[in-house]
Design a protein around this ligand. Structure first.
Ligand code: ADP
Length: 253
């Protein structure tokens, strides 16, 4: 399924990154997936539609930069990772955005989705957690090519993830697969692996639901510190970069 998004007649793949609840690493996965797809040769743009916590400007190292507009059409902000970005956080202060009503959030999403994405052939969309207005507008108005669901391994996160999967499935948007994040913790001191949230839960859920399992990212302090520094692991050469490359390969297949 391909969509015609803007008048410049570029056919774009829209990859929605979703989760049942917040804090599971959806934004982290979206940023790194976008970078990994770009490194694989795609022309990728990133839409940060997470009104509750627009974190992409920080993750992509362009905090504080505001997009220009040409005849009311926004021009995405270039990032150091070759992935232009537009974020809800660039339209309004983050603490304001969470008070937006449905129509305002839908209007803001339209500004981001109908921006001047130029030659981008793939847009990765970081959706808010859950199953609210932004998700519905995204599904109904822009028809994503597919959805990537991010979950942590524990049951509660997976129960919520199933709701998100259900939303896309009922709307006829293919679920590309499930990513398990924060799976297994490597102690930075002794290297011992422990499983604070268990692991394998998302893979088992994917199997049960007949969905592809896209890969697993461990809980690692290095991921958080790199993310906070605006240096997503997918842009580097470390082991987590390879994990995100694997996920991107499966998403692009
Ligand atoms: P969400 O978008 O689901 O709310 P975020 O991507 O913002 O979640 O991640 C929440 C927090 O967890 C951030 O501080 C992020 O750096 C951290 N984080 C995400 N994934 C990992 C991981 N695999 N290991 C360590 N920290 C992580």
């Amino acid at each position: 399924v391909r969509v015609l998004l803007t008048s410049d007649r570029v056919k774009r793949q829209l990859v929605a990154v979703a989760s049942g609840k917040g804090g599971v690493g959806k934004s982290t996965v979206a940023a790194n997936l976008a970078i990994a797809l770009a490194r694989a040769g795609r022309k990728v743009g990133l839409i940060d539609a997470d009104i509750y916590g627009p974190s992409q400007p920080k993750l992509m190292n362009v905090e504080g930069s505001k997009p220009q507009a040409r005849q009311k059409t926004l021009i995405p902000v270039p990032t150091p990772y070759g992935v232009p970005l537009l974020s809800m956080g660039q339209l309004v202060a983050a603490d304001q955005a969470i008070a937006w009503r449905g129509p305002m959030a839908a209007g803001a999403l339209a500004q981001l989705a109908e921006a001047d994405w130029g030659a981008c052939d793939t847009l990765v969309i970081d959706l808010p957690p859950g199953t609210g207005d932004v998700q519905l507008t995204m599904i109904q108005k822009y028809r994503p090519t597919g959805a990537v669901i991010v979950s942590t391994p524990q049951d509660l996160s997976l129960i919520d993830a199933r709701r998100a999967i259900d939303l896309f499935a009922k709307a006829g948007v293919p679920v590309i697969g499930i990513v398990e994040n924060m799976a297994g913790y490597a102690c930075p001191h002794c290297g011992e692996i422990s499983d604070p949230f268990g692991s394998g839960g998302a893979e088992a859920a994917a199997r049960e639901l007949g969905l592809p399992f896209l890969g697993r990212i461990p809980l690692d302090i290095a991921i958080r510190t790199a993310s906070d520094a605006g240096e997503p692991p997918a842009a580097g050469t470390g082991p987590h970069g390879a994990a995100f490359t694997g996920i991107a390969t499966r998403v692009a297949a």
